[in-house]
Write a protein that binds this ligand. Structure first.
Ligand code: ARG
Length: 408
């Protein structure tokens, strides 16, 4: 193990570029690690490779001993996003946890790279106010408690003007996109936008905060109809699955303005923060998955799973992805997979994905039992006894107490 080699989670942005330079000044050999989580593929399907190679080139130009670029798109979707989908994971009921899901994967990549490079130190550019420090560090500790994890921006917060001054002094290039008024994080599961004018929750998000979703004025006048097909819980659309499907779904549902979320959320460290998200594909997929569950699962399963799903979302948000409880929930969710096949039809229109049809060979919806029309197979006589016994406790209480307070 080498104490002078450090693996830095490197985005190519101003903060991590300043950190890279600082570590060099401290005498470290720096390995810059950049993960491709489909941020650029998520919308346009193009320009991704060039953008990522520019990040790698920048790290090397700054003096990194090596710059490792990992295509983690498949791994992100298969090992993280789909597990979250099976838990219908939405933090505080609305946020599909896009940023939160990527951090344990980045922790994996940091640890794997440290092992390959023989480094004993890893580092990230998260601040002390956010959730991401918790997620990355808990991930690293769970995977290899021997590693040291450094967080210089927590030890010594870096203001924007100071970062720019340091960059100018040390020859770190500053692109004009870094003057953007927001802090952005993006991957295939969604894009998060924070800071700037959004810090006042009374301010409506300006249109320039959004990059993936169309404004109400520029959405198509006609709906698009899509059918998501699930096979043992794995979604397909148009015979495509995996990250390519998610990327394509982001484009189509983004065009209809689907997946805009504006949330004053509760961070792990206790404060509230205002976050804006655009999560077109994940919103559509979770909507479709829930619709299929409603047809396939029993009432008891749905009720109990909803409790587990909420807890699962909290584990992801709180940086506890590596916890044994999450493994247990995954096993629980996997137990439904054999029945989770079928089709969900959705209409994408004016910011909303509406389910318009569900079909499954494992569906337990029975038209013959549910119908009010001809061919009703329901045993109406059985209902009488059921009503009698279901209400028995209420009757027993009524017999021994004063009239119910609501009685007039
Ligand atoms: N608040 C979100 C979360 O904790 C988004 C964080 C985005 N991170 C960032 N560095 N901008 O999941």
């Amino acid at each position: 193990m080498n104490d002078k080699t450090i693996v830095l989670a490197y985005s190519g942005g101003l903060d991590t570029s300043v950190l890279l330079k600082r570590f060099l000044l401290e005498g470290y050999d720096v390995i810059a690690l950049t993960a491709d989580l489909g941020e650029s593929d998520a919308i346009a399907g193009g320009g991704a490779a060039a953008a990522l190679h520019a990040v790698k080139a920048k790290a090397l130009a700054l003096g990194a001993r090596d710059a490792v670029l990992v295509d983690a798109k498949d791994r992100f979707i298969e090992d993280f996003a789909l597990k979250a989908l099976h838990a219908n994971a939405l933090y505080e009921g609305v946020y599909p946890l896009s940023a939160a899901l990527s951090r344990p994967l980045i922790a994996h990549l940091l640890v794997e790279t440290a092992h390959v490079q023989g480094a004993s130190v890893v580092a990230h550019g998260c601040t002390g106010k956010g959730n991401d420090q918790v997620r990355i560090e808990l991930g690293v500790r769970a995977l290899d408690p021997q590693l040291t994890c450094r967080a210089p921006l927590r030890e010594q917060p870096l203001s924007r003007p100071d970062a720019i001054a340091f960059a100018k002094e040390h020859g770190v290039p500053i692109s004009h996109t870094q003057e953007k008024p927001y802090s952005i994080d993006a991957n295939l599961w969604g894009r998060s936008i924070e800071a700037g004018v959004l810090e006042d929750p009374w301010n409506a998000p300006p249109e320039d905060a959004y990059a993936w979703t169309a404004s109400p004025e520029s959405r198509p006048a006609e709906a698009d109809e899509i059918v998501i097909e699930f096979e043992d819980g794995i979604p397909h659309w148009d015979r495509v699955d995996g990250w390519e499907m998610v990327a394509r779904l982001n484009v189509l549902s983004g065009k209809h303005g689907i997946g805009r979320i504006d949330l004053v959320e509760d961070r792990v460290i206790g404060l509230k923060s205002r976050e804006v998200y655009e999560c077109p594909a994940s919103t559509v997929l979770i909507t479709a998955h829930k619709a299929l569950e409603r047809v396939v699962l029993t009432r008891d399963e749905l009720r109990f799973k909803a409790l587990c799903d909420q807890r699962y979302s909290e584990l992801i948000y709180d940086g506890l992805w590596m916890s044994p409880l999450r493994d247990a929930f995954d096993a629980f969710n996997a137990s439904f997979a054999a029945r989770m096949s079928g089709k969900v039809r959705l209409s994408l229109y004016q910011g909303v994905a509406t389910v318009t049809g569900v079909q499954s060979p494992y569906g337990i919806y029975s038209e013959a039992l549910a119908t009010y029309g001809k061919g009703d197979a329901f045993d109406h006589n059985a209902a009488e006894g059921f009503v009698k016994l279901h209400g028995l406790p209420l009757e027993l209480v009524a017999r021994v107490t004063a009239p119910h307070p609501e009685l007039v």
